[in-house]
Design a protein around this ligand. Structure first.
Ligand code: PHB
Ligand code: FE
Length: 335
């Protein structure tokens, strides 16, 4: 059953009289926040009460991405306990289900929801729990505090969606180039990035087909971090560059191979097994390096200074099922 896109389907309490925040219920999961933490509670199948707490800034940064990315590809782990799995017409919410230790002692719970039901609950929670002055997409040094009692909201930030080009940034009718005039100022870390655009000389009649733009200039003006946008789309090949600073707020679990091209500076990746969390590799990527994340891994990036990363996604809607049936590989190359 698909719930209508209506916030009345959201199960929320009245605001807490002291903290000012509402509590939310989604299936058997309960969410509440206080000044510093998000607290998630559930019961095991044999009815033991369980709970988990996360720093509320980390929680809101993860929640923001899960909402804005429409639950992304595969797993969005908020940390090593709580997260979502996208099945593309429904979404699992879980606690401990992909944590080997919690699974072993049956402390885990996973429930499936129609996408619209979990989406509307997450949107309401994000709006209610994000205070004025805190932007969950901004770098930690470029925004106010997530902590404290309820103090307004920041809907301009929490309703931001990622930018998806239909063909190529700057093509007529597609995403515009970024300029000072649109408020997209050059980030402090990219003051040395050249701001010229390429010359284009298409043959008459091909003006809407031949195109180029300065990707470094475009990225130097990104106002957000860890938010891959689509800048070019060729069939299912999506070029999703992004600027990164501090910690990727989610641990992404793949359901397909995904490529990273480090275009400037450096990012350190912790990679572990998608299903258990067992550590697999640490990948130090410097400018010019490329890496592929296999379909069985989860990964989290650490960017010591703002950097430019190109995420290359295969957006084929059938790929995940081809991998499940063994028709497509889980790794980009077999040695
Ligand atoms: C990823 O999970 O692969 C990912 C997500 C967001 C980014 C970069 C990488 O900004
Ligand atoms: Fe990823």
């Amino acid at each position: 059953m698909n719930a209508p896109a209506d916030i009345k389907t959201v199960n929320a309490s009245q605001p807490d009289p002291v903290m000012g925040y509402r509590a939310f219920t989604l299936g058997s999961f309960h969410f509440r926040r206080d000044e510093y933490f998000a607290h998630i509670a559930w019961s095991t199948r044999d009815l033991r009460p369980m709970s988990h707490s996360m720093d509320v800034g980390a929680f809101l940064r993860a929640l923001m991405r899960d909402v804005a990315w429409g639950f992304f590809y595969g797993w969005v782990n908020f940390d090593n306990v709580v997260g979502t799995v996208n099945h593309y017409d429904s979404v699992d919410l879980f606690a401990g289900s992909f944590n080997a230790t919690m699974k072993e002692v049956d402390a885990d719970l996973l429930e499936n929801f129609p996408t619209e039901q979990i989406r509307s609950t997450f949107v309401e929670m994000l709006d209610d729990w994000t205070n004025a002055g805190f932007d969950p997409f901004a770098a930690a040094q470029e925004t106010g505090t997530p902590y404290g009692r309820k103090n307004g909201d920041n809907k301009a930030a929490t309703h931001r969606q990622r930018e998806l080009a239909k063909r190529c940034v700057g093509l007529k009718g597609d995403l515009p180039l970024r300029t000072d005039a649109t408020g997209a100022l050059v980030n402090r870390a990219f003051a040395d990035v050249a701001q010229d655009e390429p010359e284009l000389h298409p043959e008459p009649g091909f003006e809407g087909e031949v195109h180029g733009f300065n990707l470094f200039r475009f990225l130097s003006r990104s106002q957000v971090t860890w938010n891959p946008s689509f800048t070019s789309v060729v069939k299912y090949s999506f070029m999703c560059p992004t600027t990164e600073e501090h910690i990727l707020p989610i641990i992404h679990g793949n359901d397909r191979v995904e490529w990273f091209f480090q275009m400037s500076d450096e990012i350190h990746w912790d990679c572990s097994h998608r299903d258990t969390g067992k550590p697999l590799a640490r990948v130090i990527m410097k400018a010019g390096d490329m890496a592929a994340m296999p379909a069985y891994c989860r990964h989290q990036g650490f960017s010591p200074k703002r950097s430019m990363l190109l995420v290359w996604e295969n957006g084929s809607p059938t790929l995940v099922y081809e991998i499940q049936k063994g028709e497509s590989p889980e790794v980009p190359v077999a040695f």
